[in-house]
Structures are given as structure tokens and as C-alpha cells.
Design a protein around this ligand. Structure first.
Ligand SMILES: Cc1cc2nc3c(=O)[nH]c(=O)nc-3n(C[C@H](O)[C@H](O)[C@H](O)COP(=O)(O)OP(=O)(O)OC[C@H]3O[C@@H](n4cnc5c(N)ncnc54)[C@H](O)[C@@H]3O)c2cc1C
Length: 460
């Protein structure tokens, strides 16, 4: 059912309410007192102040893809940004201005008309808002940095209902904090990003190997990406081969290893760089070919439908030696659910060359980012087995992690994990900035940064 756009506020009895409160993770079933469908910053401010006046808690709905379901809140006010999804590309200045409720699929389509892109999510339905504020990891991050590395300016509704700008020049403390600090500091109604030359045709796709080759593939890939150029974006996923036409009949439904590639440089260079990876094995299925960048950005869409049950965790890896590969493979295979994807993403490149203190997000030097994505049919009877499976894998990988999780990839694992994600110094600085911009923690329905007890002067 479509959500009616003519009705600005939806309450439980309204048509479209159930559709509007739905989020990506089918385990989440929250019932806001009302859902305020905002179309601009003034409406966001009004919706926020009305909720505060009534003493109601608020949530912010960007694209609804947080696995914690933080977009919706029981008995509170959901400030829904999905109608603020305008996209304006200034190809000459190489800048993108985009609404806080837009999704990556539409953004990629618009920027690619000009052969430009900003690092975006690997599934096209993901929201720009939550992903960018959590820093934003995508296939071209080694080439163009994380999403937040390209942020130039943001229009923000603050906890006290003001509309302010944040950039290097205006409110630099706020600008520092929103690049990785998530939705803790205000509601971003518009982002302006720097754009980079990408595509429109890139060498991209997937190499698929049988599951029994997982250890060899991971070891080869680890060394291959570590030495690779910035333009090489890649990840490996331990999956179950889908029942798709491109998969040979006997391999379908069996454990498999997918190496995903997005090469952001020229095609001839890409063919040359990728030759060793292609020749290694060789793969059971080679889907690596020149294709539109927007197609690479949608490669994982079919495997990530909305409404399934999800439990996610992850960690940055400090190293990925053979023993870690062994632990990863033996605890990932066989999975409990054939929909689950245990993913390792390669770091390095441009993202690793940004100063550690440049913004809230750090963790620049971790060579790999582990994303443990358990997904299964929407059946509560299967929940515990999948959660236990994921937790066992998390525990098995502990010896090789940095101890700092990537907040975009984890569920609700408590304030301790949020603090650890930034490290004690950065977390303390974020608490000071939070005390300035949101001293009473209005924006707490998220990966929460607790404000320092006494509001402090700007720290940046
Ligand atoms: C299928 C799938 C694929 C993913 N792939 C990637 C990936 O490739 N790279 C990556 O980095 N992450 C990825 N993620 C994780 C994703 O970035 C985070 O879950 C992110 O929070 C989603 O943003 P959203 O706006 O869709 O979510 P929402 O659930 O709407 O928002 C999550 C929280 O972010 C905050 N927020 C959202 N928008 C705004 C805004 N405009 N202003 C202020 N606060 C806001 C709010 O606190 C909100 O509660 C993926 C998630 C899914 C489900």
C-alpha cells in the first residue's frame, strides 16, 4: 500500500500508518503515537517542538534501514523525512545537494547522469541520512573516501528547533560531530556533498567460488586487495549460492564465496589489475564485466529484501592472518539461514589517508571491516538460532579485531560499544559537543552519545 502523501500526520487509525511505520528489519514492530511526514526543515522543527512540548520522545526516519529500527519509536513522534528527497546535481561545481530523506538508488542515478558519484550504500534502498551521518562505507571508499569525507555542508534542525548550517566555516564543532557521530546532534534536512568522477561504466560484478575454496579465496583476496590501487573497491561474502540462472545447477543452495568488485578507474587499467584475481581459482561463475556503476550499486539488492528478520554485528579487523581466516570460515559455514552474508570489506586507499582527528569518525587504519549480516525468513521461531550463530562468530573473531565496531553495521549493543567505536578521547569530545547542541539528549533513539553532564563550551 502507498503511504498517502496528502496527509501530513498519520496516527494509528489512519490509512497508510502501518506502511509508514515499517522499516527494513522485519523484527521491528513499533507503533509511534504519530508519524509526521515533513516536507521541509520548518516542518521538521515544528514537529520536533510540538513533540517536546507534549513531552513525547522522538525518532527520525531517514531511509528506515537501521537494523536497530531506530527510525520508529513506540508511543513517541516519528519525524519522517522521506518526503524531503530532492536531489540537485551541479555538475560544473561537482556538488550534490540532497534531502535528508533521499535514498542511494535515486542519488546514484542522478549523479551518474554526469559521470559523477559520492560514496554511497551498497544496497540502493538504503537512506542517505543515516548512512552518511554514520560515516558511510561503499564500494568506492578507497577511491573517494567515506561518504562523510565528501560532506561540504549540512542544514540541520537542532534540538531547540533552530535551523542552522554546519560546515568547516559555520558551526565547525557540529560539522566535526556529524561526520560519523550519527543522528545525535540534530536532524539533517539537506546535505551538500563533493562529487567524484566515476563511470558511468566501470569494471564490476562478482566472482563466485564454491564454499570449499573459502580459505584459499580469502587468503588470496586479502593479499590482492592490500596491494591494490585506490580504484579497487572490493569485499568478500560467505553466502549460500542463490537459485539463480547464473549459478550452475549443482552449486545452488550450497555454501559459496562471492568476491565483489567495483573498479573506479579506467576499464583497461581495471582489466589489467583484476587479471590475477580472475585467473586465481578460476571462479565457478565470473560475472565481472564492464557495467554501469549504478548496476554495481544494485548488485546486492536482490539478496537484501526488506521485511526479513535481521541480526547484525561486526568489527574492524586489525589484521586478517590465516588463523583468522580459518576461524571466520569454520564459524560461518554452514550458516543457519541461507540468506545470511558474512562479509569482509577491504579498507585502505583514500579513506585511510584522512587525518584520524579530522572528524568524529576514526578507525582509518583498520585494513578490513567485518560485517556479519544474519538474515532469515520472518519467523520468530528462527530468531534465537540465528542470533546465537552470529554471536558465536563475533566471539571467534575477537582476537583479531581492533575492539572498535563500525556503528553502521551493528545492532543495539549498548553504550559501551558506541563509546568503543570512537575511543575514549573522541567519545569525550563528542559528549562535550552533544552537551552544547542537545544537552537533554532529545536525540537519544539512536546509537547514542550521552551528553557531558554540564553543557560545555564548543570544543573544536
Ligand atoms: C540492506 C542494507 C545495506 C546497508 N549497506 C550499508 C553500506 O553499504 N554502507 C554503510 O555504511 N551502511 C550500510 N548499511 C547501514 C546503514 O548505513 C545504517 O543502517 C543507516 O543508519 C541507515 O540509514 P537510514 O537513513 O536508511 O536509516 P534510518 O533507520 O532511517 O535511520 C537510522 C538513524 O539515523 C539517524 N538519521 C537518519 N537520517 C537522518 C537525518 N537526515 N538527520 C538526522 N538523523 C538521521 C536517526 O538517528 C535514525 O534513527 C546498510 C543497511 C541495510 C539495511
Amino acid at each position: 500500500m502507498e503511504i498517502p502523501t496528502t496527509r501530513p500526520t498519520l496516527t494509528p487509525d489512519d490509512e497508510g500508518y502501518d506502511e509508514a511505520r515499517r522499516v527494513f528489519n522485519g523484527m521491528i514492530d513499533r507503533r509511534p503515537a504519530r508519524i509526521v511526514r515533513c516536507t521541509n526543515a520548518h516542518e521538521v522543527a515544528a514537529g520536533l517542538m510540538a513533540a517536546r512540548a507534549e513531552g513525547l520522545p522522538v525518532s527520525v526516519y531517514g531511509g528506515g534501514h537501521s537494523v536497530t529500527g531506530s527510525a520508529v519509536i513506540d508511543d513517541g513522534v516519528c519525524l519522517d523525512l522521506r518526503l524531503i528527497d530532492d536531489i540537485a546535481v551541479d555538475a560544473e561545481r561537482r556538488e550534490l545537494r540532497v534531502g535528508g530523506g533521499a535514498r542511494w538508488g535515486e542519488v546514484d542515478a542522478a549523479t551518474q547522469e554526469h559521470g559523477l558519484a559520492v560514496t554511497g550504500g551498497r544496497v540502493s534502498t538504503t537512506g542517505v541520512g543515516g548512512l552518511a551521518l554514520g560515516s558511510g562505507s561503499g564500494w568506492i571508499e578507497r577511491y573517494a573516501g567515506l561518504t562523510c569525507d565528501s560532506l561540504l555542508e549540512a542544514e540541520i534542525v537542532t534540538a531547540d528547533g533552530r535551523i542552522v548550517m554546519a560546515s568547516e566555516k559555520e558551526n565547525p564543532d557540529l560539522f566535526w560531530a556529524i561526520r560519523g557521530g550519527g543522528g545525535n546532534f540534530g536532524i539533517v534536512t539537506h546535505f551538500t556533498f563533493r562529487l567524484h568522477e566515476v563511470g558511468p561504466i566501470v569494471l564490476g560484478g562478482m566472482l563466485l567460488y564454491p564454499g570449499h575454496m573459502a580459505r584459499e579465496v580469502l587468503a588470496f583476496w586479502r593479499d590482492f586487495v592490500t596491494d591494490g590501487p585506490d580504484a579497487l573497491g572490493s569485499g568478500v561474502a560467505l553466502i549460500t549460492a542463490p537459485p539463480a540462472d547464473f549459478v550452475p545447477e549443482p552449486a545452488r543452495g550450497k555454501p559459496a564465496v562471492g568476491v565483489i568488485i567495483c573498479y573506479a578507474g579506467p576499464l583497461d587499467e581495471a582489466e589489467h589489475v583484476l587479471a590475477p584475481m580472475r585467473e586465481f581459482g578460476p571462479p565457478a561463475v565470473d560475472l565481472l564485466q564492464p557495467m554501469p556503476y549504478v548496476a554495481v550499486q544494485q548488485l546486492l539488492d536482490p539478496g537484501n529484501p526488506a521485511g526479513m528478520h535481521n541480526y547484525w554485528s561486526g568489527d574492524f579487523l586489525a589484521e586478517f592472518p590465516d588463523e583468522a581466516i580459518d576461524a571466520f570460515v569454520s564459524h560461518s559455514q554452514p550458516p543457519v539461514s541461507p540468506m545470511s552474508q558474512m562479509i569482509v570489506v577491504a579498507g585502505g586507499g583514500v579513506l585511510a589517508r584522512v587525518e584520524e582527528d579530522a572528524m568524529a569518525f576514526g578507525q582509518r587504519q583498520a585494513p578490513f571491516n567485518l560485517h556479519l549480516l544474519s538474515m532469515w525468513e520472518p519467523d520468530h521461531a528462527q530468531d534465537q538460532a540465528n542470533i546465537d550463530f552470529t554471536r558465536r562468530l563475533v566471539a571467534a573473531m575477537q582476537p583479531w579485531t581492533t575492539g572498535n565496531a563500525y556503528l553502521n553495521f551493528i545492532g543495539d549493543e549498548g553504550v559501551g560499544r558506541v563509546e568503543a567505536a570512537f575511543g575514549p578521547e573522541k567519545y569525550a569530545r563528542l559528549q562535550q559537543i552533544k552537551a552544547v547542541w542537545d544537552p537533554t539528549n532529545v536525540f537519544c533513539h539512536n546509537q547514542n552519545i550521552v551528553p557531558a553532564t554540564a553543557p560545555a563550551a564548543s570544543t573544536v
